[in-house]
Design a protein around this ligand. Structure first.
Ligand code: PBG
Ligand code: ZN
Length: 321
């Protein structure tokens, strides 16, 4: 008789037949870096995650490096915003200073930058506004300037998150024309308009002041459209394709994994983090186990890389095993 329970009898045989495992090697840890000094602000809806100014952030970076987390994803929070987000291409802006600081003091750490405008625009949208909507092609011109500025500051990889059409082609061309042909692009290829971003918008001060992002981010009802999005970014030369959010979109992660010959990343977003932390704080779930089970589901779905606020928690837990 077929008995599947034979291979579940002890932990050792379970280890031998285990199909997926989580390691620190595939984790990217997001960091919120705020312009100014003496800033170490707890984000209320994301317990354990803070906004840091550069004079304080070494404490955090020391820990990231000690835990052997390979990469960080930087979000900049500038002290001044304007209509078009021109601080994003200021060579002396918060992002550019953060890149230089980290590459100088932590040369082994791989530095990825978020490329967008929402933290830098007075209206909180991800680009230039014309007629009450984000103007795609006007925004592309500014994306090119932003990306070159990140590259010149020493970024190892850029990660455009604004869901503008043609953004990957624009960025690839801009980088190649300035000699940065070696600098890879991780595209937020399939990014849904999601309520799971709520805590992030508080953290990064990036909530839109009017309307929402539904004219550029994807409708959560759609699955076929995700392949269209990923196809364009693949053709335009994205090196890594990302799906975001992760947990409610595991089907999309698997679709992208099956259909493209590129590494697939997923973004375990702020709301996913907040839900687990909050329920664990209440004692309603075992936070560590639900964290591991959720992240493992993303690997099973096909993610090669996971961007997660849990990165330090996971690394610590794995060290204890
Ligand atoms: C902005 C951006 C967002 C996130 C990453 N980059 C939010 C948004 O689109 O409003 C979300 C990250 C998270 O929720 O953890 N381009
Ligand atoms: Zn944005």
């Amino acid at each position: 008789m077929n008995r599947t329970r034979r291979l579940r009898k002890t932990e050792n045989i379970r280890r031998l037949v285990r199909e997926n495992r989580l390691t620190v090697d595939e984790l990217i840890y997001p960091l919120f870096i705020e312009e100014g000094t003496n800033i170490e602000t707890e984000i209320v809806s994301m317990p354990g995650i803070k906004r840091w100014s550069l004079d304080r952030i070494s404490k955090e970076l020391d820990e990231v490096v000690a835990l052997d987390i390979p990469a960080v994803l930087l979000f900049g929070i500038p002290s001044k915003k304007d209509e078009i987000g021109s601080e994003t291409w200021n060579d002396n802006g918060i992002m550019q200073n953060a890149i230089r600081f980290i590459k100088k003091n932590y040369p082994s750490l791989y530095v990825i930058t978020d490329v967008c405008f929402c933290e830098y625009t007075s209206h909180g949208h991800c680009g230039v506004i014309h007629d009450n909507d984000v103007d795609n092609d006007a925004t592309l011109l500014n994306i090119a300037k932003q990306v070159i500025s990140h590259a010149k500051a020493g970024a190892d990889m850029v990660a455009p998150s604004g869901m503008m059409d043609g953004m990957i082609a624009t960025i690839r061309e801009a980088l190649d024309n300035t000699g940065f042909y070696d600098l890879p692009i991780m595209s937020y290829a399939v990014k849904y308009a999601s309520a799971y971003y709520g805590p992030f918008r508080d953290a990064a001060d990036s909530a839109p002041t009017f309307g929402d992002r539904r004219t550029y981010q994807m409708d959560s009802s759609n699955r076929d459209e995700a392949l269209r999005e990923a196809t364009f970014d693949d053709q335009e030369g994205a090196d890594i394709l990302m799906v975001k959010p992760a947990l409610a979109y595991l089907d999309i992660i698997r679709d992208v994994k099956n259909n493209f010959d590129r590494p697939v990343a997923c973004y375990n977003v702020s709301g996913e983090y907040a839900m687990i932390k909050a329920a664990a704080e209440k004692g309603w779930i075992d936070g560590d186990r639900v964290m591991m089970e959720s992240l493992l589901s993303m690997k099973r779905a096909g993610a090669d890389i996971i961007i997660t606020y849990f990165a330090k928690d996971v690394a610590k837990l794995l060290l204890k095993r």
